[in-house]
Design a protein around this ligand. Structure first.
Ligand code: CP
Length: 321
């Protein structure tokens, strides 16, 4: 693996999951792999889990980690080719990225979408320009359209639950359920989860959302789409709850119907489903307290597994990058 920006960089998801669970069982099994290697983590946007888990993962491999909050502490970066830089941007990525390439062995970057212009966001210009000019491997810490470390973590968490309580005689049913939110959020987590689950091809995968909240078909091909949440949740083994803003009429909130919040009542039609969310979560807007605080929630397990996902990706790049 040279870069890690989407599931397309992965040849064998199951092998990667196995490796992650081995790291979970023995975190220091490769503690010298990254000796005298440095990873630079560039944040243009806020983070808790991604930032801390990536640092822990690198340290477990013996790497040095430097975190640079570019968005709040660095020069404002320009990513457009041939830009006339007479506005607010101070340094072009063409000049900054090769410098990062001199300082680090691996670069990781978080770049959220603007949610203003779909074509711009879905072009993934920022991460593509970093890959083009840095000359070293690049890991996505969440880009404009995808969150691959989160999705890898999600599959690790699903597999771990299935190892403990296998679903016999059929594929597990996994439902991605839209939830209300007060702000327009990116489609990254939903796109990425859908892309990974369909590529994994080990589940009966259903996406449920209100009308007009369709995700890009680029990511949902192979999923069953339903607008009736109750029907979609029937018999589910896993329910992944997540808000996203509209894709077609880009970045809008069309509805905030509280009926879409996952509650004990709506959950009751599932097959005692494990409930997932990437966090941070708006309690009693996206998910009710009774769900988040109940035995069905595996959200803390998911967040904990972020370390093993990041450790696996870094170790793959250190070994084969
Ligand atoms: N799930 C996730 O990416 O969390 P952070 O935004 O806190 O990194």
């Amino acid at each position: 693996m040279r870069n890690f920006v989407s599931v397309r960089d992965v040849t064998d998801i199951d092998a990667l999951v196995k490796k992650a669970l081995a790291f979970k069982a023995d975190p220091y099994s490769a503690e010298t792999l990254g000796k005298r290697k440095r990873v630079g983590c560039l944040f243009l946007n806020p983070s808790m889990r991604t930032r801390l888990s990536t640092q822990l993962a690198a340290q477990n491999l013996g790497m040095e980690v430097m975190v640079f909050n570019v968005g709040s502490e660095g020069w404002a970066l320009e990513f457009e080719e041939e830009a006339i830089m007479s506005g607010s941007t101070v340094e072009h990525i063409k000049d900054a990225a090769p410098v990062f390439g001199k300082y680090f062995d691996i670069l990781a970057i978080r770049t959220f979408p603007s949610l203003k212009n779909r074509e711009d966001d879905y072009s993934e210009l920022y991460i593509k320009q970093l890959i083009k000019y840095a000359g070293i491997p690049v890991v996505s810490l969440e880009s404009s359209t995808l969150h691959p470390l989160q999705s890898f973590t999600d599959i690790i968490s699903i597999q771990e639950s299935l190892n403990e309580a296998p679903v016999i005689g059929r594929k597990p049913k996994i439902v991605l359920s839209w939830a209300p939110h007060i702000k327009p959020l990116p489609q990254c987590v939903a796109n990425s989860f859908s892309q990974w689950i369909t590529q994994w091809n080990k589940a009966d995968f259903v996406i449920t959302h209100p009308e007009d909240y369709e995700l890009s078909e680029e990511f949902t091909l192979g999923a069953t789409i339903m607008h009736d949440q109750k029907k979609a949740l029937e018999g589910a083994d896993f329910v992944y709850v997540k808000n996203w803003s509209t894709f077609k009429d880009y970045g809008k909130i069309y509805t905030n119907d509280p009926e879409w919040m996952l509650t004990q009542d709506s959950w009751s039609v599932t097959n005692n489903a494990k409930v997932m969310h990437c966090l941070p979560v708006r309690r009693n807007v996206e998910l009710s307290d009774e769900i988040l605080d109940g035995p069905m929630s595996i959200v803390t397990r998911q967040a904990g597994n972020r370390v093993w996902a990041a450790q696996t990706v870094l170790s793959e790049i250190l070994t084969h990058g």
